[in-house]
Design a protein around this ligand. Structure first.
Ligand SMILES: O=C(O)CCC(=O)C(=O)O
Ligand SMILES: [Fe+2]
Length: 285
């Protein structure tokens, strides 16, 4: 696929890492990420391609798995009696949104082509200041569309990846806003009281992102508690493509999380489960 018809490579010459506009875009994204864990590459996707990608999402939307459960900030569903009530592990909020799984995308999908385009991976790695990125090898969780229909919301949570890349395909007319508490926890500190405050409605530390269809968002969601607010009943749905990239090649999701997010597991998840890596930080997950 000719990516110059999909992405605005005049404004963002992603195949020319030595060019001034490339360096400027990387420097700006790095500064935003350092500042609050979030960067937006405005209007990266061209209007025609965006319309095609939005249609693609509509076409495969029937494959969405909706969860409709009350979850805590770590996607858990059971209270932890050893922790205080006022802790993100013990605050449960409805998550009613769903994901279109990676195996629903057609072989000639434009969304998939963008996700896998090496210059985009290289650019994103430069923005995140990491040596190299790989497409998350999980066949369900690597590439997804986050779907919020009218009345649905994605409750406050931490991602279990270090970062996420999102392209908004369709915005809600009302509601469906991405909100986040920048770096509210760190590798060694849950900052549990402040995080529980946010989940219970204190928005002093919360920012709302001005994300428009065609923008690409890079977000460090492991440290910043975030939500997508409820889409109003009268609104059109909100669809966002979520590109999962990893620092190591060949990673596959765990059985429990896969079942929860997609309602099923594949043989590859079972094969991988035995050898799963253990994280080296102190966080709950
Ligand atoms: O839809 C979005 O903007 C972000 C969704 C999200 O937070 C996630 O998939 O973990
Ligand atoms: Fe998230």
């Amino acid at each position: 696929m000719d990516m110059s018809t999909v992405l605005d490579l005049d404004r963002y010459p992603l195949s020319c890492p030595q060019s001034d506009p490339y360096r400027a875009a990387v420097a700006a994204a790095q500064a935003s990420l350092r500042h609050d864990g979030c960067a937006v590459i405005k209007d990266l996707v061209r209007a025609d391609a965006l319309a095609k990608m939005a249609d693609e999402a509509e076409h495969i939307k029937h494959a969405t798995h909706y969860s409709r459960t009350k979850i805590n900030a770590y996607f858990g569903t059971e209270p932890d009696p050893d922790l205080p009530d006022h802790h993100p592990a013990n605050v449960f909020i409805e998550r009613s949104s769903g994901f279109v799984p990676g195996d629903a995308f057609a072989a000639d999908s434009t969304i998939d082509a963008m996700f896998r385009w090496q210059p985009l991976l290289d650019f994103t790695a430069a923005c995140l200041d990491v040596p190299q990125l790989f497409c998350y090898a999980d066949p369900l969780a690597g590439l997804t569309v986050n779907v919020l229909n009218p009345g649905q919301q994605f409750s406050w949570h931490y991602d279990n990846n270090d970062f996420a890349v999102t392209v908004l395909l369709a915005e809600a007319d009302s509601g469906g806003l991405f909100r986040y508490a920048p770096n509210i926890r760190s590798r060694s500190n849950e900052n549990q009281t402040a995080a529980a405050d946010v989940m219970l409605g204190d928005d002093t530390a919360v920012k709302t992102l001005d994300l428009r269809p065609g923008d690409m968002q890079i977000f460090q969601g492991r440290y910043s508690l975030h939500q997508v607010t409820r889409v109003d009943e009268q609104s059109c749905p909100r669809h966002a493509a979520v590109f999962a990239y990893t620092l190591e090649d060949g990673l596959i999701g765990g059985l429990v999380r896969t079942q929860q997010l997609f309602g099923r597991t594949l043989p590859i998840h079972h094969a991988y489960a035995a050898g799963q890596a253990v994280r080296d930080d102190d966080l709950l997950d």
